[in-house]
Design a protein. Sequence first.
Length: 187
Amino acid sequence: MGKLGEGYAEVEAFIADAHRILEEHGGPNEAAFEAIGRRMQPLAKRTDLEDLRDGAPLPGNWIYSEPDGLTLMLSTFPTTTAVHTHGAWGVMVGYKGTERYRQWVREDDGSVPGKATLRLLRDIEVKPGDFGWWYPPPSDIHQQVPDEGGVLELILMGNPPTPHRLYFNPDAGTYEEGEYATRHYKQ
Ligand SMILES: [Fe+2]
């Protein structure tokens, strides 16, 4: 991998540790996410993450991905996102910029299409080096509210994100299906 070799070795070591942490904690749960976040912090101190992302032979913002498994990405959020899902759990660490980060859990049983009852679980500030997470589906629900100028974040997901996402209006108790390109930044 040429000049990127050392960085990718550190990424692979992180992925191996993430698997170990998940096994130790019995799967993707609160304790595992906390431990993965702490393990991601030194990786998020690297100054070459954009080079690693741009040099990876993978789609878009991905740095590393297992088939149907752990996927590491460096994502830009230029402005406030909709309240959305990914079809995957995730742990994120701030890399550049500051945001409000909101995480919800879903409390209805999913039996009524288009309706959802959400409970706001966390509303925190995420600066470079701070971390947060969202749960596996159906509670993989979150929103980024970046300061002016946007943010860049290192994100580990449990599997590659699904093309169709759910987009929620928590106050109205509703959701709709949508695609990233047309829906992600529409409130
Ligand atoms: Fe997201």
